[in-house]
Design a binder for this molecule. Structure first.
Ligand code: PLP
Length: 411
């Protein structure tokens, strides 16, 4: 099955009972059973079935299975938000005293989360670039995971997944690689197939596609073994073999924190997922055209599919030459950035990505408000940076809109 066919037909079938082509929304909190014995078996995981939506729901299950199939995982767990997915993917592994290495160019919310981890006794070390060379000096016996984004939002850097995964796995104490693949989506890359261990998404973004529901998901590749000598909390899950990470997550921190996905949002994501391929194709081509337009106008633009980008090579080799739908430009000053943003007719001023509409934001005064200048510049955010999340509008309209806004700036 090729990508667009898989979006429609992989891990999804018309409803058995009614033939409904869209998965019915099971908008319920609890599921009744015919005897106390049956419910006992469901609770013990000894019988198929559902008990309570925080722990499992058929609409959510179908969404999990579809994403799992697209990413090539052994199992997926959906969450109430992308941040819940990022948080739980880490807390399923890390305990007090452990260390995590993270890219310094992460989404603002994830950078903020790294600060929260220190209160739990987890130390986070930041690497400017996730490469074997920069990771090596940061690794010690307490290092239990490495976390990165691909494509970095908003620095738009691209990690060489295979090289980093090989480096982390070929050590005497292997370390798992977690990739937040929100901005790339399975349309551009399936990190598990290149050796990453766990993939997370904010499915609020490209997978939902219309900006109408907050959600996230964690997918496990099932290859990392989490040896109990180094990961003592995995002791009682070893018996699950390649499913250990997912079994621990589902039976532990995910269920207990209660960050479950609502059935309606799972349904909306399922609808959005079906056009992911079409949207990404259009988004990537609009973004590239817009990036070239800025280049021609002499505006400093960052987009990984441009020949000038330091990530052009990895964009070709790992992402099939497509650069995703986010680009950043530098307006010259904060005042000029605000004026440019305010002059746009179509682009909405909003803090989101992955919408069908073009969205713009000044990250330094919003998403990175709580970060130090050093931290935000390391994430590729300067005082004059504008982030553009390109939509599916007609490219001529987008070009004309940015042209008139630039004319106003210069005029
Ligand atoms: C938006 C985003 C998140 C957080 O997701 P929410 O659904 O907003 O909680 C995490 N990582 C990346 C790369 C994002 O863009």
């Amino acid at each position: 099955m090729r990508f667009n066919t898989a979006l429609l037909h992989k891990a999804t079938k018309p409803d058995k009972e009614t033939g409904a082509t869209n998965a019915p929304i099971c908008q319920t909190s609890a599921f009744a059973h015919d005897s106390a014995e049956t419910l006992e078996r469901v609770f013990a995981g000894k019988a198929q079935g559902y008990a309570y939506t925080r722990i499992g729901n058929p609409t959510v299950t179908q969404f999990e299975q579809r994403i799992n199939a697209l990413e090539g995982g052994v199992g997926a767990v959906a969450c109430s938000s992308g941040m819940a997915a990022v948080t739980l993917s880490l807390l399923n592994i890390l305990s007090a005293g452990d260390e995590l290495i993270a890219s310094s160019a992460l989404f603002g919310g994830t950078i903020d989360l790294m600060g929260d981890l220190s209160a739990l006794g987890i130390t986070v070390r930041f690497a400017e670039h996730i490469t074997p060379q920069e990771l090596e000096p940061l690794i010690n016996e307490k290092t239990k995971a490495v976390f990165t984004e691909l494509v970095g939002n908003p620095r738009l850097d691209i990690v060489d997944i295979r090289a980093v995964a090989d480096f982390l796995h070929n050590r005497s104490d292997p370390i798992p690689l977690i990739v937040d693949s929100t901005t790339a989506t399975p349309y551009l890359i399936t990190p598990l197939k290149l050796g990453a261990d766990i993939v997370v998404h904010s499915t609020s973004k490209y997978i939902n596609g219309s900006g109408n529901a907050i959600s996230g998901i964690i997918v496990d590749g099932g290859r990392f073994r989490f040896p109990p000598e180094r990961y003592p909390a995995f002791e009682k899950y070893s018996k699950f073999g390649p499913m250990a990470y997912i079994a621990k997550l589902r039976g532990g921190i995910w269920r207990n924190i209660g960050a479950c996905l609502s059935p309606v949002n799972a349904f909306l994501n399922g609808v959005g997922l079906e056009t992911l391929g079409l949207r990404m194709e259009r988004l990537c081509s609009n973004a590239l055209e817009l990036a070239r337009f800025f280049e021609q106008r002499g505006i400093e633009v960052n987009y990984p599919a441009l020949e000038r980008s330091p990530y052009y090579g990895l964009c070709q080799s790992q992402l099939g030459g497509k650069g995703g739908a986010i680009l950043t430009i530098r307006a010259g000053s904060r005042e000029r950035a605000f004026k440019l943003i305010n002059s746009l007719k179509y682009a909405l001023i909003a803090t989101n990505i992955g919408d069908v509409r073009t969205l713009v934001i000044h990250p330094a005064s919003t998403i990175y408000l709580h970060s130090s200048v050093e931290a935000r510049e390391s994430a590729g955010v300067y005082d004059d940076t504008i982030r553009i999340s390109v939509g599916i509008e007609d490219i001529e309209d987008l070009r004309e809109d940015f042209a008139q806004a630039l004319d106003q700036l210069e005029g």
